[in-house]
Write a protein that binds this ligand. Structure first.
Ligand code: UD1
Length: 427
C-alpha cells in the first residue's frame, strides 16, 4: 500500500488548476446509461472512484473510450447485458448505488448490492428506495442485494425525509424517463446536483429547479447523446485553500467556482485570511479563480456542517486541522454523518489538542505539531492529515493513501508545485 512522506514545515505558495469534481462526475457517468447515443465527457478527474464507476458501467454493458484530448466517450446499452452491480464493485465505492435509477428507468430492472456502512457512518439508501417505489418500482431486498423492477415508471410527488445528495440524483435520473410529471421535495441542493441537471437537460430531459428544494421533472420518452464539461471539484479546491491558510501561504486556484465555496471562503475571511475571488461564468459555473493568503495570527471560529449551502461535511476534517493552528478554542460540529472524527486520534498523535464530545470536536490552538506515522481512514480524513503534516516539524508518513487516490487527482504533484516536500513511497 502506497504512503506519502511529507517533510514540514512548509509554506504553500503558487497557482494550481482545479480538477473536475469527482462527486459530479460519478452521477454523470451513471446517467450515461440513460442515453441512446454516445455521451462525451470533459474534465473528468483521473482518480480511482472514476475508474471504478467506468468499470461498473462496462460490467453493465456500456462501453467507453478515452480520446486523445482527454474526453471520455461513453456508450450506454439498453439490454442484452447483465444489469447487476456486484458487491465487489459496490463495496469499494458507495456511489455505485447511483446506477439503480438509470438501470431501472432504461431497462425496467436493476440489481445492486446494498452498499452497507462505511467508516464515516451507517449511510443507508432507504430514501433512494422509497422514492423509486413512489415512481412505481417494486423493491425487494435479498441476499444483500436490492432488486428493483417496474414495467413502466410513472411521475409522482415525493418528499425526501432529509436532503440526500445521492437520493436526489438517483430520483432525478429515474424520473427523467418516467411517464408524466415528478415533483421532488426537500431535495439536496449541492452544486453537483445542478451539474447533473445540466447534463440531463442537454440529453433531452425536462428538469427544472435543480439547486432548489423542489425539483420538477417532466418525463420524456428517450434521452440522446450530448457533450458535457464537469464542474470544478469544490472540495479539492477548498482543501488547497485551507492549505494556504494553515501554512501561512499564498495560493491561487484557477478554473473553479467561488460561489460553490461561499461558506468556506466566509470562514477563511472571518478567521483572518485574505480572500480574493474572480467569479465563474454564470451559465457554466466554470472559469473562476480564488486566492487565499495568510500571514499567521489566525483566530479560532466554530463550524457546524450542514447540507448545501451550509458548511460541507467533506471539508470538516480539513477545517479541523486548520483550527489546530488558530488562536483560541473552536467547536467543530458534524451534523451530516454520525461518525466522522476518525482523523482526531491521528491528529492527537501529532500533538494536537482536541477533545471530542458527541457530535462536536473542541480544538484548542495553536499547538505545534510534530511529524509522525499516521494512518488515513477515509478520503477527507486523509486530506486533513496531509494538511497537518505540512505544518508539522519533521517527517510525517501518511499510510493507506489509497483513500486519497479515490478522490484527489495528482495530489502530490499539485502540492509539489506549491512548494511542499512530498513524495510517494510505493510499497
Ligand atoms: C454525497 C457525497 C459525499 C458527501 C455527502 C454529503 C458523492 C458521491 N458523495 O454522499 O462525499 O459527504 O454527499 O454531502 O456525491 N441518508 C439516509 N438515507 C438515505 C440517504 C442518505 O439516511 O437514503 C443519510 C446519510 O446516512 C447521511 C445523510 O443522509 O447521514 C446525507 O447523505 P447523502 O447526502 O445521501 O450522502 P451521499 O449521497 O452518500
Amino acid at each position: 500500500m502506497d504512503k506519502l512522506s511529507i517533510a514540514g514545515p512548509t509554506r504553500l505558495a503558487g497557482t494550481i488548476r482545479a480538477s473536475g469534481a469527482k462527486n459530479a462526475a460519478l452521477p454523470i457517468l451513471a446517467a450515461t446509461l440513460l442515453a441512446e447515443e454516445p455521451v462525451v465527457l470533459h474534465n473528468l478527474p483521473r482518480v480511482r472512484d472514476i475508474r471504478t464507476m467506468d468499470r461498473l458501467l462496462c460490467h453493465l454493458g456500456a462501453s467507453s473510450e478515452l480520446r486523445d484530448d482527454g474526453a471520455l466517450v461513453v456508450r450506454g446499452s439498453a439490454d442484452g447485458n447483465p444489469d447487476d452491480a456486484p458487491y465487489e464493485l459496490v463495496k469499494t465505492m458507495r456511489a455505485s448505488a447511483l446506477v439503480l435509477g438509470p438501470l431501472l428507468a432504461r431497462r425496467g430492472h436493476a440489481r445492486v448490492s446494498l452498499p452497507g456502512g462505511c467508516a464515516i457512518g451507517v449511510r443507508p439508501i432507504d430514501q433512494h428506495l422509497a422514492g423509486l417505489e413512489a415512481l412505481g418500482a417494486t423493491i425487494e431486498l435479498e441476499h444483500g442485494y436490492v432488486t428493483a423492477s417496474a414495467r413502466a415508471l410513472h411521475g409522482a410527488r415525493f418528499r425526501f425525509a432529509m436532503p440526500t445528495v445521492g437520493g436526489t440524483e438517483n430520483l432525478m435520473m429515474a424520473a427523467s424517463l418516467a411517464r408524466g410529471t415528478t415533483v421532488l421535495e426537500n431535495c439536496a441542493r449541492e452544486p453537483e446536483i445542478v451539474d447533473l441537471a445540466r447534463l440531463l437537460n442537454a440529453m433531452g430531459a425536462r428538469l427544472a429547479g435543480a439547486g432548489e428544494e423542489t425539483i420538477v421533472i417532466e418525463g420524456v420518452e428517450r434521452l440522446g447523446g450530448c457533450e458535457h464539461t464537469v464542474i470544478a471539484d469544490r472540495i479539492e479546491v477548498g482543501t488547497y485553500l485551507i492549505g494556504a491558510a494553515i501554512t501561512g501561504g499564498d495560493v491561487t486556484v484557477e478554473q473553479c467556482n467561488p460561489a460553490d465555496l461561499a461558506p468556506l471562503l466566509a470562514k477563511l475571511s472571518e478567521i483572518g485570511a485574505s480572500v480574493e475571488v474572480a467569479a465563474a461564468d454564470a451559465t457554466t459555473g466554470r472559469g473562476g479563480r480564488i486566492r487565499v493568503a495568510a500571514g499567521g495570527g489566525l483566530r479560532a471560529s466554530d463550524v457546524s456542517t450542514a447540507p448545501h449551502p451550509g458548511f460541507p461535511t467533506d471539508l470538516q476534517a480539513q477545517y479541523l486541522a486548520l483550527m489546530t493552528q488558530a488562536e483560541g478554542v473552536a467547536a467543530v460540529c458534524e451534523t451530516v454523518f454520525e461518525n466522522r472524527f476518525q482523523h482526531v486520534p491521528e491528529l492527537l498523535r501529532m500533538g494536537a489538542d482536541v477533545r471530542c464530545e458527541g457530535p462536536c470536536a473542541y480544538v484548542h490552538g495553536p499547538t505545534p505539531l510534530s511529524g509522525s506515522h499516521v494512518m488515513a481512514t477515509d478520503l477527507r480524513a486523509s486530506a486533513c492529515l496531509v494538511l497537518a503534516a505540512l505544518v508539522a516539524e519533521g517527517e510525517t508518513v501518511v499510510d493507506r493513501i489509497y483513500h486519497l487516490d479515490r478522490g484527489y487527482e495528482n495530489m502530490e504533484l499539485k502540492l509539489q508545485k506549491l512548494g511542499a516536500h512530498v513524495r510517494r513511497i510505493h510499497s
